[in-house]
Design a protein around this ligand. Structure first.
Ligand code: BES
Ligand code: ZN
Length: 481
C-alpha cells in the first residue's frame, strides 16, 4: 500500500491539471445546445480511463452516453492451484458511480471567473462541476490509477459507471443497468456525490431525500396585453400564480397540501440526538447562506429540516417581461417549476398526484391551468451499521485522520434506488463536497485537500471492503464436504 500512497502524493499536481482539463467541458445536460459537449466530455473520460489502465468503452443511450470502465479482470487461477482458484471465483466486485454532466452555470455574471475556465485559488479549484461531480468521482479514478501504475494488486474488481444525465433525472441509466445486469452484479456501489461537514470531518451518508418534480402554467389572454388599456378586466396570470403558490405553505414552514405528510416516518429520538452532534451552529449556517434569518418547519433544527423532513420549493418562476427597463403588459402566461423533496415512506407518484389535485382545486376560473409532471425518485435509507458501512468508516478514518460522522442528506441521487432494485446492491455514499462548495450555485469549487484525501480514502476502501467480502466467503469455502 505504501507505493500507492506515495504515488498519490507524488502525482497530485498532475491530477489537478487533469481535473482542470475535465472541468473545461461545458457538459450541461439540461441544455440541448451542449449535446456535443457531453459527447466530447464522455469521450475524454473514456480516453482517460484507458490511459490509466482501465478497460473502458462509451455506451450510447437515447440521451447522453454512459462511460463504462473496468479494472483489468484477473484470469481464473490455474487448476493446479485450487485454493487460489476458489478465491478468485469469488473475487469481490464493486461499482463506482459518478456523473460527468453538470448543472447549468447561469447566472454568468455572478461568477468571479468563467464557469468552464478552471481557476486555482489556494486549495480551491473553481469551476462548474469541480465538486458536483467531476472532482469527487475523479478521486476514485486516481486511487485506481495508483494501484495500476504501481503494479499493486487490487483486492477486488472495480467497475466505473459514469453517466451524463444525473442532473436531469438519470433517464437512461435504469435501462442500462437492466441490460448489463450480469456484467454489473456487485457486492456494493460506491458513490462520492454528497457532502461532508468540514475538511476535518469526513462523513458516511446513510439517507438521501427523494424528489417529485412538477411544472404548472397558468394561461390568461391569448397574447400579452397593454396593462393600461386592458388591466383590471382580465385576470393577470402572474398575480394568480403568485396567489396560488403562496397558499402552498403555511406560516410555520409546513407544506399546506392535504395529505402531504401522511406517509412521513417520524424521526427517532436516537437520530435526533445524532444530528445534534454534527458541527456548525445555526448562526454559522445562516452566515454561510447569506440570509437575514433562517426559515423552516417549526419544531425541527435546520439539519433535520434539510435532511430528514419533506419540503416543497419553487425552483423557477417565469412570467411577463424580464428585460431591461419596463414594459406595461398583462402577461399572457405564468409558469412555476416546483419540486418536493421526499423522505421515507413518501412515494413520488402519490405526492405528484396530491400536488396536482390541490393546484387544480386552487385554480380560479379566470385562467387555464396546465400541469406537467416531471421526474421522480424515491427517498433512500440504509443501515449505517452494516459491515460495508463499517469498512467505509475505517477507510474514511485512516485517510482523513479524523472520526467520521454519520449523516442524512437533503439532496437526491435517483439512481441509488435502481442499484438496489436491479442489482440488489446497497450504496455507500462517501461525499467529499464541503458545505461552501457552491454546488448548483455560481462559483462552484472543490477543495483540493478533500480531493487528495478522497483519493487516499478510495485506495484504503478497496482493501477494507474486499476484506469483509472475502472474510464472509472464506468460512464457507473451508467447510469440508
Ligand atoms: N450531488 C447531487 C446530490 C446531492 C448533493 C446529494 C448533496 C446529497 C447532498 C446531485 O448531483 C444532484 O444534484 N442531484 C439532483 C437530482 C435531481 C436532478 C433529480 C438533486 O438533488 O437536485
Ligand atoms: Zn448536482
Amino acid at each position: 500500500m505504501q507505493a500507492v500512497i506515495d504515488f498519490l502524493k507524488q502525482n497530485e499536481p498532475r491530477f489537478i491539471d487533469e481535473l482542470c482539463d475535465y472541468v473545461r467541458f461545458p457538459s450541461v445536460s439540461a441544455q440541448a445546445q451542449h449535446r456535443a459537449d457531453l459527447q466530447a466530455c464522455a469521450a475524454w473520460v473514456v480516453k482517460h480511463c484507458k490511459q490509466i489502465g482501465l478497460q473502458a468503452r462509451l455506451c450510447p443511450t437515447q440521451g447522453h452516453p454512459i462511460v463504462l470502465a473496468k479494472t483489468p479482470r484477473h484470469p481464473i487461477a490455474a487448476p493446479n492451484r485450487p485454493a487460489r482458484a476458489a478465491t478468485s471465483r469469488r473475487r469481490p466486485h464493486f461499482l463506482v458511480y459518478g456523473h460527468y454532466d453538470v448543472q447549468p452555470p447561469e447566472p454568468f455574471d455572478l461568477w468571479k471567473s468563467p464557469p468552464f475556465e478552471p481557476r486555482l485559488q489556494g486549495r480551491s479549484l473553481f469551476a462548474r462541476g469541480a465538486s458536483d461531480n467531476k472532482g469527487q468521482n475523479f478521486a476514485h479514478l486516481k486511487a485506481v490509477e495508483a494501484y495500476l501504475k504501481t503494479n499493486t494488486e487490487i483486492p477486488c474488481d472495480i467497475t466505473f459507471v459514469i453517466e451524463g444525465e444525473e442532473e436531469v433525472g438519470s433517464k437512461s441509466l435504469a435501462g442500462f443497468l437492466r441490460e448489463h445486469r450480469d456484467e454489473l452484479r456487485c457486492d456494493a456501489v460506491v458513490i462520492s456525490d454528497t457532502g461532508m461537514p468540514a475538511p476535518d470531518c469526513p462523513a458516511l451518508t446513510y439517507a438521501l431525500r427523494g424528489i417529485a418534480a412538477i411544472e404548472v402554467t397558468l394561461r390568461g389572454p391569448s397574447r400579452d396585453l397593454h396593462s393600461g388599456i386592458f388591466g383590471g378586466t382580465v385576470d393577470n396570470p402572474a398575480m394568480a400564480l403568485s396567489q396560488l403558490l403562496a397558499k402552498l405553505r403555511d406560516q410555520n414552514g409546513r407544506v399546506a397540501i392535504p395529505g402531504f405528510y401522511d406517509e412521513v416516518r417520524p424521526l427517532s429520538a436516537f437520530e435526533r440526538k445524532q444530528f445534534k452532534r454534527l458541527p456548525m451552529t445555526d448562526r454559522e449556517y445562516q452566515k454561510l447562506l447569506g440570509v437575514p434569518r433562517l426559515f423552516g418547519e417549526k419544531g425541527y433544527t435546520p439539519f433535520e429540516q434539510r435532511a430528514a423532513r419533506p419540503t416543497l420549493e419553487i425552483n423557477g418562476l417565469t412570467s411577463g417581461y424580464q428585460g431591461e427597463g419596463s414594459k406595461t403588459i398583462v402577461p399572457a402566461w405564468a409558469r412555476a417549476k416546483l419540486t418536493a423533496r421526499l423522505v421515507p415512506d413518501q412515494k413520488p407518484a402519490r405526492i405528484i398526484k396530491l400536488i396536482q389535485q390541490h393546484l387544480k382545486k386552487l385554480c380560479p376560473p379566470t385562467v387555464r391551468m396546465e400541469i406537467e409532471a416531471g421526474h421522480g425518485a424515491d427517498p433512500y435509507l440504509v443501515s449505517p451499521d452494516s459491515a460495508h458501512a463499517q469498512a467505509a468508516l475505517r477507510a474514511l478514518r485512516s485517510a482523513f485522520g479524523h472520526e467520521p460522522v454519520l449523516m442524512r442528506e437533503g439532496g437526491s441521487i435517483p439512481i441509488v434506488n435502481d442499484f438496489k432494485r436491479i442489482l440488489h446492491a446497497d450504496t455507500l455514499l462517501l461525499g467529499l463536497a464541503l458545505p461552501d462548495d457552491n454546488a448548483h450555485s455560481p462559483n462552484e469549487k472543490f477543495n483540493l485537500d478533500c480531493f487528495a484525501k478522497g483519493a487516499l480514502m478510495s485506495a484504503f476502501l478497496w482493501q477494507e471492503l474486499s476484506r469483509i467480502v472475502l472474510q464472509r466467503v472464506t468460512p464457507r469455502l473451508s467447510t469440508p464436504h
